[in-house]
Design a protein around this ligand. Sequence first.
Ligand SMILES: [Zn+2]
Length: 141
Amino acid sequence: MIVTIKQKILDEMFTYGRAHLPNEACGILLGFRKHHSICVNEFAPLANKSKNPRQKFEINPLELLPYLKEESADRFLVGLFHTHPLASTVPSGEDLKTEWHTVPTHWIISFTDPDRPEVGCYRYLKNANSAIYHALDIFTK
Ligand SMILES: [Zn+2]
């Protein structure tokens, strides 16, 4: 799968994530999917509803509804995004338990070095007993 994102959008995600340190921040990515490619056009921040926001994130599904209702040809939910204030970009065991695994891409931004955030993009695959992930290459434009 080929994943393309505008550098401007990545920068918005970095800025939003940094502003919420030391808590985890989260949001969604909108864009389009065509054959084996995904193109991200827009980042929409969502509140982290977790009671333990330094170590977890939780999205209220109701906050997603307006975006799902408005879906149009180039404005589909193509990704979920959250930050790891102190951990690497690798998805945690908790991350892989997500109910949102069918969303095509999962993005994690690590702030282990707050001046040089790192981004990881993954596809989650889940069956009854386990969950695994594949790292995806990101192309910026
Ligand atoms: Zn995580």
